[in-house]
Design a protein around this ligand. Structure first.
Ligand code: ASP
Ligand code: MG
Length: 406
């Protein structure tokens, strides 16, 4: 098999961790696999570099910021290559640019255009390990670019596509994706597999295990991602296509996000273009709007309610108060103690009544639902934050996800 391994910051966070990581690579080579490796910076390093630059100038040129933060990965790639050679495994470190990662010129959020990987494939075929810095590449003028925070996951998937790997193993400090947060529900269990689409829904709800872009990329090229721990030698969760022939349960998991706030504009004249006039300025302020509900209008007036990240609550309220006067709306109200709870699963496509069951469960617990939104594989409700744990518990158990006691 041809395999890409990706190691996050904690897996290369110290020399001891680098030694342990090199052993994992050596073991995989001993199984006869061809291996290429992508590494993150040692944990905390990227933040440390950014903080140093900020002390000089919080508006440092983006090009220089990329030159700076890309060095974190170079240190871990070189140290890991040194340790591999020390173990007798021939290894060569490469910067993203040397490895052939070509990107556009948008510093700090560059997009990968292609990976010129022939030399890396030759190494792999010769039993040698290329160790590539994650999160970076270079543009057409040779400037160093970076892909955005958490971008090494995306580098790893892009490399897996370029070298035509069978799987991309992403080693991290969690051992997989769970049916829900085990800190809330101890009966949560590790999923053996999950579809790309489900993973994207989990990721957008704050399960920050994989960079969203990496999952989108893997889905487009159908590269399986094995998300696993570098601390435990057990299988993690396979993120892959969903046509495994297995029957799917009604739902795969329950996710939540406390980082939510809700705002309502009341009594706004109901005319064509009001949504655009509200959400235009909100988007221009870089505020991510999520769940949106517009009420049926009465006497030509309507209400509009939507959620934003809690961090943006104050800014959103300030912005809307201005808009409210301009648009002759009655008033703006808000609440920054709401949360989102979602049930997620491709099984919803073939099971009827899943949403209704969710509403029944919440009603039985006397939990008031404030807003509802659905997609083909997800039902999300907005509720008071204090009900998150109760909601997650009861949904997890009502949908039969609680693991049997051992
Ligand atoms: N080192 C970079 C970061 O901290 C990239 C990564 O770890 O994926 O965001
Ligand atoms: Mg990461």
């Amino acid at each position: 098999m041809r395999v890409v391994h990706k190691y996050g910051g904690t897996s290369v966070g110290s020399l001891d961790r680098i030694r342990a990581t090199a052993k994992l690579i050596q073991e995989d080579m001993a199984r006869g696999n061809e291996v290429a490796v992508v590494v993150s910076a040692m944990s905390g390093e990227t933040n440390r570099l950014i903080a140093m630059a900020n002390e000089i100038d919080s508006k440092a040129p983006a090009r220089e910021m990329d030159a700076l933060v890309s060095t974190g990965e170079q240190v871990s790639a070189a140290l890991l290559a040194i340790e591999l050679n020390h173990l007798g495994v021939p290894a060569y470190s490469y910067s993203g640019s040397q490895a052939g990662f070509r990107t556009d010129s948008s510093h700090a959020r560059a997009r990968i255009k292609g990976v010129e990987s022939e030399h890396l494939i030759r190494h792999m075929q010769a039993g040698e390990v290329p160790v590539v810095t994650g999160f970076q590449g270079s543009d057409e003028h040779g400037n160093i670019t970076t892909l955005g925070r958490g971008g090494s996951d995306t580098s790893a998937v892009a490399l897996a596509i370029a070298v035509n790997a069978d799987v991309c193993n992403i080693y991290t400090d969690v051992n997989g994706i769970y049916t829900t947060d085990p800190r809330i529900v101890p009966q949560a269990s590790k999923l053996q597999e999950i579809s790309y689409e489900e993973m994207l829904e989990f990721a957008s709800l704050g399960a920050k295990v994989l960079q969203t872009r990496s999952v989108e990329l893997a889905m487009r090229f159908n590269i399986p991602i094995h998300l696993r721990s570098s601390f435990e030698g057990v299988a993690g969760t396979m993120v892959n296509g969903e046509d495994t022939g297995m029957e799917r349960a009604e739902i795969t998991g329950v996710a939540y996000n406390r980082d939510e706030a809700k705002v309502t504009i009341k009594g706004i004249p109901d005319q064509p273009g009001i949504a655009a006039r509200i959400f235009g300025p909100v988007a221009d302020a870089d505020i991510n709007v999520d769940v949106i509900v517009q009420n049926v209008s009465e006497h030509g007036l309507t209400d509009m309610t939507f959620t934003v990240p809690r961090n943006d609550y104050a800014a959103t309220m300030a912005l809307l108060e201005g808009l409210c006067t301009q648009m002759k709306a009655e008033k703006v109200t808000g609440d920054d103690t709401v949360a989102k709870v979602s049930i997620i699963g491709v099984g919803m496509r073939s099971h009827a009544g899943v949403a209704r069951k969710m509403f029944d469960v919440l009603a039985n617990e006397n939990i008031n639902i404030q807003m509802i939104t659905t997609s083909e594989i997800k039902v999300t409700v907005v509720l008071e934050e204090k009900y998150v744990e109760l909601a997650v518990h009861s949904l997890h158990s009502a949908f039969g996800l609680d693991a049997e006691e051992e």
